[in-house]
Write a protein of this length. Structure first.
Length: 333
């Protein structure tokens, strides 16, 4: 179980995290924005350099091929995707090019990701960049909306990323400089912390991870991504017809929903643990961790839509024993 100091770090300090490697697919060419606009679920053409968004790429059946953090740079649009999928995503994007003037390159091997998260994250990042990017003060960084980004220290790029439900900044840095960045940020007051030790905060914030909480069988509406990843004012994109049909003809009703659970007792359920309702098997856990803030285990789980309302009592298999749990609204409390 994480120590209380890890809880306090996000609320009063700055946690320094060497993030799991993300894939980076760079799209260049004059047609890049309009072409991606027809593929991804969010409004890519609305992005100006320095802005970004969260999006998904769907099959025609409305299921997810990947999620992506989309960053508009002066001469490119980069897609940050799960590293195991980067090669497949790059190849599939290339296969989707017809007459458009775009070029797709998988740059994943060239980059590492270093993040600072917590109440004093902006101050730690600003101190680190004071000599090279003095315009990025703590106040400026704190005012950034999520996915705002800027070039720093030459080739690196800093983006606002609230992965753990608190202010966060992730630097995409040349892979060979990752250790140097970690050292600089530690000197600036950030505390090196394993990403896994903060997973409870990601779960409490309801931040689903692709390949963990979402996969190729997931419809974005099941994972609650409609507010973060989908534009309902842009033009057509692959899979849009399914999304519109569910929302406007089906009232947004999907068979299952990703919910947050607070689990009684001291056991932490395993991934794929069974969630039960009054009528038996009702779903599965995808992520779980001990929350030092709540002194309970917390989990993300898909459950039948009839059990998705906050306050609903369910049971979760923990070590083979059914344990009481409650569906809670995000952020979990």
């Amino acid at each position: 179980m994480p120590e209380a100091s890890e809880k306090d770090l996000l609320h009063t300090g700055a946690a320094l995290v060497a993030h799991p490697v993300r894939g980076v697919v760079r799209v260049t060419g004059p047609d890049r924005a309009s072409w991606l606009q027809g593929l991804l679920t969010n409004d890519i053409e609305a992005l100006t350099p320095g802005r970004g968004c969260y999006a998904a790429w769907l099959t025609p059946q409305g299921r997810m091929l990947t999620d992506a953090v989309v960053l508009a740079e002066p001469d490119a649009i980069t897609l940050e995707v799960p590293r195991p999928l980067a090669d497949t995503v790059a190849r599939s994007l290339a296969a989707a090019v017809f007459a458009e003037d775009v070029t797709i390159v998988d740059e994943s091997a060239a980059w590492a990701a270093v993040g600072v998260h917590g109440a004093t994250a902006a101050a730690a990042v600003a101190r680190t960049l004071a000599a090279t990017t003095p315009e990025l003060t703590a106040e400026t960084l704190a005012a950034w909306s999520e996915f705002t980004h800027a070039a720093v220290d030459g080739r690196a790029r800093l983006a606002r990323r609230d992965t753990f439900g608190s202010p966060g900044y992730v630097a995409r840095v040349p892979a060979e400089t990752a250790d140097h960045w970690l050292s600089r940020l530690r000197l600036a007051g950030a505390t090196l912390t394993p990403a896994a030790a903060l997973d409870y905060a990601r779960i409490e914030a309801g931040r689903a991870e692709f390949l963990i909480d979402m996969d190729a069988d997931t419809i974005p509406l099941e994972a609650g991504l409609e507010d973060r990843a989908i534009s309902f004012t842009k033009g057509c994109y692959v899979g849009q017809e399914v999304i519109v049909r569910v929302l406007h003809r089906g009232g947004g009703r999907v068979a299952r929903r990703l919910v947050g659970l607070v689990v009684e007792g001291e056991a932490v359920p395993a991934a794929r643990a069974v969630v039960s309702g009054p009528n038996g098997d009702a779903g599965r856990v995808t992520s779980a961790a001990w929350s030092p803030r709540l002194a309970r285990a917390v989990a993300l789980a898909y459950v039948h839509r009839d059990l998705a309302e906050p306050g609903t009592a369910v049971r979760v298999a923990c070590g083979g024993e059914p344990t009481a749990a409650t569906v809670r609204a995000f952020p979990l409390a």
